[in-house]
Design a protein around this ligand. Sequence first.
Ligand SMILES: [Mn+2]
Length: 425
Amino acid sequence: MQFKPSLTQFESLPLTTDQTPDDAEVDRQLVDNSSKQYTQGLTSDGNSLGPRSNLLAHQKAEEFRQMLSGHRQERQLVILQDFPDPDALSCAWTYQLIAQQYDIKCDIIYAGALSHQENIALVRLTNLPAQRWTTQTLKSKDLSSYHGFVLIDSQGTTSNLLTAVQEAKIPLLVVIDHHNLQGEITSEFVDIRPSARATATIFTQYLQAGLLTLDSSISQHVKCATALMHGLRSDTNRLMQAQEEDFMAAAYLSRFYDSQLLNAVLQATRSKRVMDVIERSLKNRIVQNNFSIAGVGYLRYDDRDAIPQAADFLVTEDNVHTAVVYGIVHDEDEELEVAIGSLRTSKLTLDPDEFIKEAFGQDRSGRFFGGGRTSAGGFEIPIGFLSGGNENPAYAKMKWEVFDTQIKQKLLKLVNPKDNPIESE
Ligand SMILES: [Mn+2]
């Protein structure tokens, strides 16, 4: 499959279109996957998912089952984005439980950190089996024992582990995601549905199709269902952006999840450092054409998630429909620096994926600096040669100013059509 940037939306700034990109995506997929086998809009347990999503869900569940049968007794690596969110974590766990039935043993790994207080609480309270493997850890592992790797809730563009795993010649077996297609994918099983608001919705549909029979008397199943409910809620802004199939998935999970456990996860409090980043975003924000843009300077690796949280907060201001917050994250262990940013929007006609790709473009190898899904997106720009040296305050300040200015001007080109020379009348 080939990603073709469709930037037609941006030719008619300011970023509005009558057709929502998600619908276009569904239509395309249905054309690709149209099958005569589809007969009835009901799942095995009688839930109507609506004919369009039902068709896809059932075909994909069956294809998924066949793929798993063909890989019995293998070992697989499930690679998550570097800073995994509840959607990714819960789905990886569900994948592991489904795969177990085929005697497939999975290690769920991520390279970065569990940064958001709710994610730390989720993993601790449910004993969610995800492990942090840095690129150093990876070197100490015998990768030859793995038969394949799996990408869930991402397409590998947000993981630092990918290159090493590919170099070890481990084949990509599975991609299950709801972000727009990020590039060419060669994988045995691919289920990418940009129409789904959460990967948790896709996984819940696998459960409904019988890939794993949840049992309320099994504590692990209850915890996993709770994690999926959390993933689904967090990717749909507490179900406010959920569509019918997401609600149907939540309804199914409601039979098994533990509401008190979910409540405990949601009660997790923010650290002072996260509060400080949010404060900086408030102080530094500029608002133009209903966009709120804020650079927050340097932050520690472990506090990276303060950036999306700040964006979540800025987008709640009156007359703001889209917030972009960014900063430079510093990893002391690996002397690595990366400029990262998050976008949040309540504007239905703004596609975060296209917006970010258009704003920041691609690196030399053709890889985009970021992308997104409905209502949210993110980007990562390596600092490269300019990394480190921050013990010299004048240098650190200068470096931040350069990145801050460049990111701002790239964003403002899209935000203010009048400043865009291409669009002048
Ligand atoms: Mn997701």
